[in-house]
Design a protein around this ligand. Structure first.
Ligand SMILES: Nc1nc2c(c(=O)[nH]1)N[C@H]1C(S)=C(S)[C@@H](COP(=O)(O)O)O[C@H]1N2
Ligand SMILES: [Mo]
Length: 507
């Protein structure tokens, strides 16, 4: 009898072997990486994928999936991996070498991503050991499974089947051990920072800063509700005890400051509204927190900035970089290196243990989280993460306003309706907010008491609503006399413009 092509059953068993060995390999790599304290293969591959994603796709992902964009990306990476492993196992029934080389290539790719990961703290040896574990379990496991595959599905001798069973359960056990190690050892904290009381506490929030209106954004954003935007697939966990900030570049005296050195200084506390350049008109990628920190200009003065410098390049432990104009970091707006947020230490997602907070500039050029270095330099001499992707090098926050209530498509009853929201023009201040219905006359809204020109300002207006469908619009004027333009600009390259509007129906 001459065998032609392998039976479907054998092919399926081969595909399953590919998935099992590959999956076990990944888990073994994850477990080893966890124990050896290096970035694991899944996150490393995901991080490379984030960096390689073209900007339009990234923007589409953020606008379509919002804060879930990272979960979607990781899901995509995993689905691709599963499909490749099934295919390689299927092919491997006939061409074992092709399958083994294929899996080895996948492992090498993951290994390369691990080596290139900017957050890769652990040593080369630890990375090599994790990759070796993946190779051993992934490639070795697949070779064993394929060789133990019963000759014909359903027809193999009892011995054949037992051999295959031993192989599958051994490979599965190795994978399970890796997965369990990963899960059990995966809990890492960020604690260990005792923040001293500020030398200069924030002024109390003035009475009347906001209005008692359901749905109106609170003046200070609770930390759990504070928006988060960063390129890190896995929030970096930075050990506060050994963290060092370096001030380098065009300075007379380069500085190296531990967190303890920084905390020994006079800390100031201020409320500042942070804003993301990706905030669409009407969007919620902004928030106000009480930040505790050290004025950047004091540290720059100590380092002694040299003539000719016009920029500070900030660097994060995760490899992210940003460029901030030197003048902004040294003027009276007093940008901070923050160690605390809303009365507690910075949470990991918001940059623990140290980040920049710069009033008046979009976050991508001024709010680097997990900060490790400030390099005094010239804009002509470097580019940064987002400027490499087409965003502007200089990005002051644009004057803007938002209607919080009523929401879009709200169903209202005729009569007096409260319309309310926030407006912001950080470092300039809000002078006036106006609202109109159905392109009628602009009406002045009532403003909340100003906290400072570094925070947003609440507004409220009472509208006598009549039955029908209506469109409400808002626009703000800043203290420099500039009124928001109606022209709609996209978020790239330096922030959106246009008037926010909501359509409501009144019965
Ligand atoms: N290390 C690092 N810092 C970063 C970013 C980042 O991707 N990586 N994103 C910036 C952007 S675009 C914004 S808007 C702010 C957001 O800060 P938050 O996540 O604390 O709200 O962080 C900035 N700092
Ligand atoms: Mo941002």
């Amino acid at each position: 009898m001459t065998t032609t092509s392998p039976s479907r059953g054998r092919r399926a068993a081969g595909a399953a072997s590919g998935l099992l060995a590959g999956g076990a390999g990944v888990l073994a790599g994850e477990g080893l990486a966890q124990v050896l304290d290096v970035t694991g293969p899944v996150v490393a591959v995901g991080n490379r994928a984030v960096d390689l994603t073209p900007r339009p796709l990234k923007e589409w992902a953020i606008s379509t999936f919002g804060q879930a964009d990272k979960a979607v990306l990781l899901g995509g990476v995993l689905v691709t991996l599963v499909v490749l492993l099934l295919a390689l196992g299927w092919v491997g029934v006939r061409r074992r070498l092709v399958a083994l080389v294929g899996v080895a290539l996948l492992v090498s790719l993951a290994g390369a991503a691990m080596v290139l990961d900017p957050a890769q703290g652990g040593g080369a040896l630890a990375v090599a050991a994790s990759v070796a574990g993946m190779l051993l379990v992934g490639v070795g496991g697949l070779a064993w499974l394929l060789s133990a595959l019963p000759a014909r599905a359903g027809q193999g001798s009892g011995l054949d089947r037992r051999r295959f069973l031993v192989a599958t359960s051994s490979v599965a056990a190795l994978g399970a051990a890796g997965g369990a190690t990963r899960t059990l050892a995966g809990e890492t904290g960020t604690g260990g920072v005792d923040l001293p009381a500020p030398a200069l506490a924030a002024d109390p929030v003035p009475d009347g800063v906001t209005f008692d209106v359901d749905g109106l954004t609170p003046h200070v954003t609770p930390t759990p509700d504070f928006y988060r935007v960063d390129t890190a697939l896995q929030v970096p966990t930075v050990d506060a005890g050994s963290h060092v900030l370096r001030i380098t570049g065009m300075v007379d005296r380069p500085l190296e400051l531990s967190l303890a050195d920084l905390l020994a200084r006079d800390l100031v506390e201020r409320r500042i509204t942070l804003t993301c350049v990706s905030n669409e008109v009407g969007g919620d990628l902004l928030g106000t927190a009480t930040w505790l920190g050290i004025p950047v200009r004091e540290l720059l003065a100590e380092a002694g900035v040299q003539d000719g410098a016009d920029a500070v390049r900030s660097v994060s432990v995760d490899g992210y970089t940003a460029g901030t104009p030197l003048e902004v970091l040294t003027d009276e707006r007093e940008a901070l290196l923050a160690v605390g947020m809303n009365g507690g230490p910075l949470p990991a997602e918001h940059g623990h243990p140290l980040r920049m907070v710069t009033p008046g500039l979009y976050g991508y050029v001024s709010a680097t989280k997990w900060l490790t270095e400030l390099e005094v330099t010239r804009f002509a001499d470097f580019t940064a993460y987002w400027t490499d992707r087409g965003y502007a090098a200089k990005a002051p926050i644009k004057l803007s306003s938002r209607i919080d209530v009523p929401g879009s498509f709200a169903q209202l009853e005729a009569g007096d309706v409260t319309v309310a929201g926030v407006a912001w023009a950080q470092t300039v201040g809000i002078e006036r907010v106006q609202v109109r219905a159905d392109e009628g006359e602009w009406q002045d809204a009532e403003l909340g008491v100003e906290d400072s020109d570094q925070t947003w300002r609440a507004w409220r207006w009472t509208w006598s609503a009549e039955p029908g469908s209506h469109r409400l619009e808002v626009r703000a004027t800043d203290r420099a006399g500039q009124t928001q333009t109606s022209r709609r600009e996209p978020i790239a390259p330096d922030g959106s413009t246009g008037w926010h509007n909501v359509t409501v129906s009144v019965s």
